[in-house]
Design a protein around this ligand. Structure first.
Ligand SMILES: NC(=O)c1ccc[n+]([C@@H]2O[C@H](COP(=O)([O-])OP(=O)(O)OC[C@H]3O[C@@H](n4cnc5c(N)ncnc54)[C@H](O)[C@@H]3O)[C@@H](O)[C@H]2O)c1
Ligand SMILES: N[C@@H](CCO)C(=O)O
Length: 359
């Protein structure tokens, strides 16, 4: 039975939840999946960097509250995050990138992903920036280096929307996708329906770990814009730029708008969509829409998200599930690691212990 050694880049809500998952359920997962998981390096802007090639004692580390972690006080630790050094020269086989999403240029996550792939390390990420802005180039880079670039958590957190599209819709012609793809804004809309003030609802979503570091991306639609770009590439083969996806958020909506819509049997939702036109080009946009009660997306509440695939043979196929949340998104990283194992594990199981799948 083999093992993967992980480097966690960014130790906020998501990667910390992955560490918790490994600490709490590592043995059970090993028995079920046929491989073990060990965290050998962690970097974070606030905590610094920590490299322990024999495996970090996760229960001991996790006993310290997130805001109080200081890796410089530990063996193998330093004050600086040292991302490049840890990614390129550190002992990890798989790099789990979960720093903040930067919709403008994807950095610094884009560099983190490139460094890892160029160093022949598999990457799993929940970071939408690199996937939306440079996904095809990063997939090519991964292929050239014989490693995987996995990003299930970049759309709908742990709900397997991308793998559903990749594996379960084969043989169908997908003509478009539309969905509610941001947990924070959907949560806020629900709170506005309940009469809450907009700033209070944003604060709640932040405290619950759903919102981006800068929640502007959630409420102004940029987060959904990136997700539409990712889905449009995955299911329609379109390489869209941000400026190709018209974008309007929910920041102008008020509790009065919610009441007015409800009186007409409607619910406001932030909808992202990409549709293939007759000429083969793709129309993509993000905008609030007042949906009638019988619309498949109208009943999607809270941080639940849903995406409908429009297909030729089945009509609309809708998948719903969690769209945000630390633990839910950590599961996406685990599902990526399992995908990496399925693609590479059998071959790598025969390598020496120094190589990427450790026997
Ligand atoms: N939380 C969710 O529900 C969710 C769901 C899907 C995707 N995501 C994405 O996953 C990523 C992580 O989300 P999160 O909720 O953990 O965010 P977070 O803000 O809790 O954590 C991000 C961490 O990255 C660290 N960081 C920032 N810049 C860094 C750098 N240059 N080097 C090292 N560390 C750095 C920060 O200190 C912070 O601890 C984001 O890209 C987010 O968009 C989050
Ligand atoms: N902030 C994002 C996280 C998931 O990408 C959301 O609320 O949907």
């Amino acid at each position: 039975m083999g093992r993967y050694d992980l480097s966690l880049i960014g130790f906020g809500g998501v990667n910390r939840s992955l560490a918790e998952l490994i600490a709490e359920r590592g043995d059970e997962l090993k028995a079920e999946l046929g491989f073990g998981l060990r965290v050998v390096a962690i970097t974070d802007l606030r905590a610094g960097s920590l490299v322990q090639a024999d495996g970090i004692d996760l229960p001991a580390l996790l006993a310290t509250a997130p805001g109080e972690l200081d890796f410089s006080r530990m063996a193998g630790g330093s004050t600086e995050p040292r991302n490049q050094q840890v990614i390129q020269d550190g002992p990890g086989d798989i790099v789990a990138e979960a720093t903040f999403t930067n919709p403008a240029d994807g950095e610094p996550a884009l560099s983190h992903v490139r460094w890892a792939l160029e160093a022949g390390k598999h990457v799993c990420t929940t970071n939408k920036g690199p996937v939306a802005l440079q996904g095809p180039a990063l997939k090519d880079l991964a292929a050239r280096h014989g490693v995987s670039f996995e990003f299930e958590g970049s759309v709908m957190s742990g709900t397997p929307i991308l793998r559903t599209a990749e594996h379960l819709l084969t043989g169908l012609r997908v003509t478009g996708v539309e969905g509610i793809m941001n947990g924070t804004s959907n949560y806020i809309l629900g709170r506005l329906e309940a009469g809450a003030a907009f700033p209070d609802a944003v604060k709640e979503a932040q405290a619950l770990g759903y919102a981006e570091a800068d929640p502007t991306a959630d409420v102004e639609g940029f987060d959904v814009q990136l997700k539409v770009m990712i889905l449009a590439h995955q299911v329609l083969g379109a390489n869209l730029r941000r400026q190709d996806v018209a974008c309007e958020g929910i920041s102008q909506l008020t509790p009065a708008d919610m009441r007015d819509a409800a009186s007409r049997g409607l619910r406001w939702k932030l909808v992202g969509q990409a549709t293939r036109r007759e000429d083969g080009s793709v129309d993509a946009r993000v905008a609030p829409a007042a949906l009638p009660a019988d619309h498949p997306l109208a009943a999607i509440s809270g941080t639940t998200n849903a995406v409908s695939f429009h297909t030729d043979l089945l009509g609309a196929v809708t998948v719903s599930g969690p769209g945000a949340g630390r633990t839910e998104t950590a599961y996406a990283l685990l599902s990526d690691i399992i995908a990496i194992h399925h693609r590479h594990g059998a071959a790598e199981a025969h390598r020496t212990p120094e190589e990427s799948f450790r026997g």
